[in-house]
Design a protein around this ligand. Structure first.
Ligand SMILES: C[S@@+](CC[C@H](N)C(=O)[O-])C[C@H]1O[C@@H](n2cnc3c(N)ncnc32)[C@H](O)[C@@H]1O
Length: 196
């Protein structure tokens, strides 16, 4: 019964977010594809979800808060508390995730949220504008490290000239990635080479 319920739910989400097509089974095992994430959100297996605003984010925003500041939240998933927090703090929020299930869950849970929650690929979506701030939590570590240079270039492309990337990044060890952990050395390598 549980399986049927999640299939029905997935179907409802597909209707809600028709821009991305369904994918085959092998894509369910590769975190580069939306299906990998769709399955986890549909079954509620989302151990990364914090259900809270990290203290570091609260103090970062307190120091920089300015009404009308634009923030992009890539790989937002169902980080509802953070989406709400940025909006309440006066930011113009744009969030994006390529999991249609996550986007449908977030839209439903947030109701009449003023910001935009886009169902799309961070690397391909045409945002039409640049942002003052890009905030992410556990998005980079969801990507294979070979994509990190592309991530850094994309972030640089989407930020205003004096814009900033702020995030909660995963450092440490992981025997069975994702998540793919970052290190100080790798961070310097990836982010210091965004112009090439
Ligand atoms: C580990 S989850 C983190 C979710 C959220 N930031 C949080 O803290 O709860 C990573 C998220 O990145 C999304 N994602 C992965 N690759 C993506 C891409 N290319 N474009 C948009 N979203 C992507 C996944 O669908 C998933 O929701």
């Amino acid at each position: 019964m549980e399986g049927r319920a999640s299939i029905r739910y997935l179907y409802a989400c597909v209707k809600d977010c028709p821009g991305i097509q369904t994918t085959n089974m092998s894509e369910s095992f590769d975190s580069a594809w939306p299906n990998f994430w769709n399955q986890r959100y549909a079954s509620g297996e989302t151990p990364w979800t914090l259900h809270a605003v990290p203290a570091a984010v609260r103090s970062f925003v307190k120091r920089r808060q300015r009404r009308g500041t634009t923030v992009l939240i890539p790989g937002c998933g169902t980080d509802l508390e953070v989406l709400q927090f940025f909006q309440t703090a006066g930011f113009e929020v744009t969030a994006i995730d390529f999991s249609r299930v996550a986007v449908a869950q977030a839209r439903k849970a947030l109701g009449n949220f003023d910001g935009q929650i886009i169902c799309g690929d961070f690397f391909k979506f045409d945002f039409q504008n640049r942002f003052d701030l890009i905030y992410e939590r556990t998005f980079l570590c969801a990507l294979h490290p070979r994509r990190w240079p592309k991530y850094a270039k994309r972030v640089a492309q989407l930020l205003q000239p004096r814009g900033r990337l702020a995030g909660i990044f995963f450092y440490g060890q992981e025997a069975d990635p994702p998540p793919y952990p970052l290190s100080q050395a790798r961070a310097a390598e990836v982010f210091d080479n965004t112009s090439g």
